[in-house]
Write a protein that binds this ligand. Structure first.
Ligand SMILES: Nc1ncnc2c1ncn2[C@@H]1O[C@H](COP(=O)(O)OP(=O)(O)OP(=O)(O)O)[C@@H](O)[C@H]1O
Ligand SMILES: [Mg+2]
Length: 230
Protein backbone atom coordinates (compact mmCIF):
# COMPACT_ATOMS: atom_id res chain seq x y z
CA UNK A 1 0.00 0.00 0.00
CA UNK A 2 2.93 2.33 0.83
CA UNK A 3 6.45 1.57 -0.34
CA UNK A 4 9.62 3.64 -0.04
CA UNK A 5 12.68 2.44 -1.93
CA UNK A 6 16.04 4.03 -1.15
CA UNK A 7 14.42 7.40 -0.67
CA UNK A 8 16.38 10.53 0.13
CA UNK A 9 15.14 14.07 0.51
CA UNK A 10 17.24 17.19 0.40
CA UNK A 11 15.87 20.62 1.12
CA UNK A 12 17.77 23.54 -0.33
CA UNK A 13 20.43 24.59 0.15
CA UNK A 14 21.85 21.40 1.70
CA UNK A 15 19.62 19.93 4.42
CA UNK A 16 19.28 16.16 4.23
CA UNK A 17 15.90 15.42 5.79
CA UNK A 18 15.68 11.76 4.76
CA UNK A 19 18.48 9.43 3.79
CA UNK A 20 18.17 6.01 2.11
CA UNK A 21 14.76 5.10 3.49
CA UNK A 22 13.40 1.70 2.46
CA UNK A 23 10.10 0.82 4.02
CA UNK A 24 6.89 -1.06 3.30
CA UNK A 25 3.55 -0.56 5.01
CA UNK A 26 0.83 -3.11 4.37
CA UNK A 27 -2.87 -2.44 4.22
CA UNK A 28 -4.41 -2.22 7.68
CA UNK A 29 -1.20 -1.58 9.60
CA UNK A 30 -0.92 0.93 12.46
CA UNK A 31 2.56 2.45 12.34
CA UNK A 32 4.11 4.88 14.80
CA UNK A 33 6.95 7.08 13.61
CA UNK A 34 9.20 8.08 16.47
CA UNK A 35 12.43 10.00 16.79
CA UNK A 36 13.82 13.34 17.93
CA UNK A 37 12.95 16.75 16.57
CA UNK A 38 14.35 17.19 13.07
CA UNK A 39 14.59 13.42 12.47
CA UNK A 40 12.45 13.58 9.32
CA UNK A 41 9.06 12.32 10.58
CA UNK A 42 6.97 15.14 9.09
CA UNK A 43 8.93 14.99 5.84
CA UNK A 44 8.20 11.27 5.53
CA UNK A 45 4.46 11.78 6.12
CA UNK A 46 4.33 14.73 3.71
CA UNK A 47 5.93 12.60 1.03
CA UNK A 48 3.14 10.03 1.27
CA UNK A 49 0.66 12.86 0.57
CA UNK A 50 2.90 14.22 -2.24
CA UNK A 51 3.29 17.47 -0.31
CA UNK A 52 7.03 16.82 -0.77
CA UNK A 53 8.66 14.79 -3.54
CA UNK A 54 11.65 12.46 -3.16
CA UNK A 55 15.05 13.80 -4.28
CA UNK A 56 16.20 10.23 -4.90
CA UNK A 57 14.49 6.85 -4.86
CA UNK A 58 10.84 5.98 -5.35
CA UNK A 59 7.73 6.33 -3.23
CA UNK A 60 4.65 4.39 -4.20
CA UNK A 61 1.29 5.01 -2.49
CA UNK A 62 -1.80 3.03 -3.54
CA UNK A 63 -0.27 2.55 -6.98
CA UNK A 64 0.75 6.22 -7.44
CA UNK A 65 4.41 7.02 -8.07
CA UNK A 66 4.87 10.13 -5.89
CA UNK A 67 7.97 11.31 -7.76
CA UNK A 68 6.09 11.36 -11.04
CA UNK A 69 2.52 12.21 -10.14
CA UNK A 70 1.25 15.31 -11.95
CA UNK A 71 -0.57 18.06 -10.11
CA UNK A 72 -3.73 17.00 -11.94
CA UNK A 73 -3.38 13.56 -10.32
CA UNK A 74 -3.10 14.87 -6.76
CA UNK A 75 -6.85 14.94 -6.03
CA UNK A 76 -7.07 11.24 -6.98
CA UNK A 77 -4.20 10.33 -4.65
CA UNK A 78 -5.50 12.49 -1.81
CA UNK A 79 -9.01 11.13 -2.10
CA UNK A 80 -7.53 7.98 -0.53
CA UNK A 81 -5.84 9.90 2.30
CA UNK A 82 -7.06 11.42 5.54
CA UNK A 83 -4.60 14.10 6.63
CA UNK A 84 -4.21 15.33 10.19
CA UNK A 85 -1.45 17.93 9.92
CA UNK A 86 -0.79 21.01 12.03
CA UNK A 87 -0.99 23.20 8.92
CA UNK A 88 -4.60 22.21 8.35
CA UNK A 89 -6.34 24.02 11.14
CA UNK A 90 -10.08 24.20 11.60
CA UNK A 91 -11.77 27.26 10.14
CA UNK A 92 -13.02 29.57 12.87
CA UNK A 93 -15.56 31.34 10.66
CA UNK A 94 -17.86 28.30 10.55
CA UNK A 95 -19.13 25.79 13.06
CA UNK A 96 -17.78 22.32 13.79
CA UNK A 97 -20.32 20.58 11.54
CA UNK A 98 -19.49 22.85 8.57
CA UNK A 99 -15.77 22.18 9.06
CA UNK A 100 -16.32 18.44 8.82
CA UNK A 101 -18.70 18.83 5.84
CA UNK A 102 -16.14 20.84 3.88
CA UNK A 103 -14.14 17.98 2.26
CA UNK A 104 -17.42 16.46 1.04
CA UNK A 105 -18.74 19.75 -0.36
CA UNK A 106 -15.42 20.26 -2.18
CA UNK A 107 -15.88 16.81 -3.77
CA UNK A 108 -19.35 17.74 -4.98
CA UNK A 109 -21.58 16.04 -2.38
CA UNK A 110 -25.03 17.51 -1.84
CA UNK A 111 -25.48 19.48 1.39
CA UNK A 112 -27.90 16.89 2.73
CA UNK A 113 -25.57 14.00 2.08
CA UNK A 114 -22.54 15.93 3.40
CA UNK A 115 -24.38 16.82 6.60
CA UNK A 116 -25.49 13.25 7.22
CA UNK A 117 -21.98 11.90 6.74
CA UNK A 118 -20.35 14.70 8.74
CA UNK A 119 -22.67 13.97 11.66
CA UNK A 120 -21.77 10.28 11.47
CA UNK A 121 -18.05 11.18 11.51
CA UNK A 122 -18.51 13.48 14.53
CA UNK A 123 -20.42 10.72 16.28
CA UNK A 124 -17.49 8.33 15.74
CA UNK A 125 -15.11 10.68 17.57
CA UNK A 126 -17.68 11.31 20.31
CA UNK A 127 -18.40 14.94 19.46
CA UNK A 128 -21.81 14.97 17.82
CA UNK A 129 -23.08 17.29 20.54
CA UNK A 130 -20.48 19.90 19.52
CA UNK A 131 -21.72 20.13 15.91
CA UNK A 132 -23.22 23.64 16.21
CA UNK A 133 -20.31 25.11 18.18
CA UNK A 134 -17.49 27.29 16.96
CA UNK A 135 -14.12 25.46 16.88
CA UNK A 136 -12.64 28.18 19.11
CA UNK A 137 -14.99 27.22 21.93
CA UNK A 138 -13.65 23.63 22.02
CA UNK A 139 -10.71 22.33 24.04
CA UNK A 140 -7.47 21.46 22.23
CA UNK A 141 -8.23 17.75 22.43
CA UNK A 142 -11.75 18.24 21.11
CA UNK A 143 -10.45 20.35 18.23
CA UNK A 144 -8.01 17.59 17.39
CA UNK A 145 -10.84 15.04 17.34
CA UNK A 146 -12.82 17.32 15.01
CA UNK A 147 -9.74 17.30 12.75
CA UNK A 148 -9.87 13.52 12.82
CA UNK A 149 -13.57 13.56 11.91
CA UNK A 150 -12.78 15.89 9.01
CA UNK A 151 -9.94 13.62 7.89
CA UNK A 152 -12.06 10.45 7.89
CA UNK A 153 -15.32 11.86 6.52
CA UNK A 154 -14.29 10.86 2.97
CA UNK A 155 -13.63 7.29 4.17
CA UNK A 156 -9.93 7.30 3.26
CA UNK A 157 -7.89 4.08 3.03
CA UNK A 158 -4.91 5.70 4.76
CA UNK A 159 -4.77 8.15 7.67
CA UNK A 160 -1.62 10.25 8.15
CA UNK A 161 -1.41 12.05 11.50
CA UNK A 162 1.53 14.30 12.33
CA UNK A 163 1.84 14.55 16.13
CA UNK A 164 -1.91 14.50 16.68
CA UNK A 165 -1.49 14.58 20.45
CA UNK A 166 1.07 17.38 20.74
CA UNK A 167 0.13 19.90 23.45
CA UNK A 168 -2.61 17.69 24.87
CA UNK A 169 -2.82 16.35 28.40
CA UNK A 170 -2.81 12.60 28.97
CA UNK A 171 -6.58 12.18 29.03
CA UNK A 172 -7.17 14.23 25.87
CA UNK A 173 -4.26 12.52 24.13
CA UNK A 174 -5.69 9.10 24.97
CA UNK A 175 -9.06 10.06 23.49
CA UNK A 176 -7.40 11.22 20.28
CA UNK A 177 -5.40 8.02 20.10
CA UNK A 178 -8.47 5.89 20.83
CA UNK A 179 -10.30 7.60 17.96
CA UNK A 180 -7.43 6.79 15.60
CA UNK A 181 -7.23 3.21 16.85
CA UNK A 182 -10.95 2.78 16.18
CA UNK A 183 -10.32 3.52 12.49
CA UNK A 184 -7.41 1.15 12.46
CA UNK A 185 -9.72 -1.51 13.95
CA UNK A 186 -11.99 -1.30 10.90
CA UNK A 187 -9.11 -1.81 8.50
CA UNK A 188 -7.82 1.71 7.81
CA UNK A 189 -4.02 1.97 7.45
CA UNK A 190 -2.67 4.55 9.93
CA UNK A 191 0.71 6.27 10.18
CA UNK A 192 1.14 8.44 13.24
CA UNK A 193 4.19 10.47 14.19
CA UNK A 194 4.65 11.03 17.89
CA UNK A 195 7.05 12.05 20.62
CA UNK A 196 4.84 10.32 23.15
CA UNK A 197 6.64 7.27 24.52
CA UNK A 198 3.48 5.98 26.15
CA UNK A 199 1.86 5.32 22.78
CA UNK A 200 4.78 3.20 21.75
CA UNK A 201 3.99 0.74 24.55
CA UNK A 202 0.75 -0.20 22.81
CA UNK A 203 2.07 -0.04 19.25
CA UNK A 204 2.31 -3.05 16.99
CA UNK A 205 4.79 -1.38 14.67
CA UNK A 206 7.29 1.38 15.41
CA UNK A 207 9.82 3.02 13.12
CA UNK A 208 12.49 5.15 14.79
CA UNK A 209 14.08 7.87 12.70
CA UNK A 210 17.16 9.89 13.54
CA UNK A 211 18.95 12.32 11.26
CA UNK A 212 16.81 11.15 8.35
CA UNK A 213 17.62 7.47 8.73
CA UNK A 214 15.69 4.50 10.10
CA UNK A 215 17.71 3.49 13.14
CA UNK A 216 15.29 0.89 14.46
CA UNK A 217 12.13 -0.72 13.21
CA UNK A 218 10.05 -3.42 14.82
CA UNK A 219 6.76 -5.22 14.63
CA UNK A 220 5.09 -6.78 17.61
CA UNK A 221 3.12 -9.87 16.74
CA UNK A 222 1.65 -10.38 20.21
CA UNK A 223 1.24 -7.73 22.90
CA UNK A 224 4.37 -8.78 24.80
CA UNK A 225 6.83 -10.08 22.28
CA UNK A 226 8.68 -7.76 19.98
CA UNK A 227 10.57 -8.81 16.93
CA UNK A 228 13.47 -6.76 15.70
CA UNK A 229 13.71 -6.61 11.93
CA UNK A 230 16.77 -6.10 9.80
N1 LIG B 1 10.69 23.16 3.96
C1 LIG B 1 11.90 22.92 4.48
N2 LIG B 1 12.99 23.59 4.03
C2 LIG B 1 14.20 23.34 4.53
N3 LIG B 1 14.45 22.44 5.50
C3 LIG B 1 13.40 21.74 5.99
C4 LIG B 1 12.08 21.96 5.51
N4 LIG B 1 11.24 21.12 6.19
C5 LIG B 1 12.02 20.43 7.04
N5 LIG B 1 13.32 20.80 6.94
C6 LIG B 1 14.46 20.23 7.68
O1 LIG B 1 14.47 18.83 7.46
C7 LIG B 1 14.79 18.13 8.66
C8 LIG B 1 13.66 17.17 8.99
O2 LIG B 1 12.51 17.94 9.36
P1 LIG B 1 11.11 17.29 9.78
O3 LIG B 1 10.14 18.40 9.91
O4 LIG B 1 10.78 16.21 8.81
O5 LIG B 1 11.48 16.65 11.18
P2 LIG B 1 10.52 16.05 12.32
O6 LIG B 1 11.07 14.70 12.68
O7 LIG B 1 9.11 16.11 11.89
O8 LIG B 1 10.78 17.02 13.55
P3 LIG B 1 9.76 17.51 14.73
O9 LIG B 1 9.70 16.37 15.70
O10 LIG B 1 10.42 18.70 15.30
O11 LIG B 1 8.44 17.81 14.10
C9 LIG B 1 15.06 19.19 9.71
O12 LIG B 1 16.44 19.41 9.74
C10 LIG B 1 14.34 20.41 9.18
O13 LIG B 1 14.96 21.59 9.60
MG1 LIG C 1 7.46 17.12 12.58
Amino acid sequence: MIEFQQVSKQYPPNVTALSDITLKVDKGELVFLAGPSGAGKSTLLKMIAAMERPSEGTVNVSGYDIGRIKNSGLPYLRRNLGLIFQQQRLLDDRNVLANVMLPLIVCGATRGDAERRARAALDKVGLLDKAPMSPQSLSGGEQQRVSIARAIVNRPQIILADEPTANLDREAANKVLDALKAFHAVGVTCLISTHDEQFLDTATRVIYLDHGRIIESWRRTTPHSSQVMA
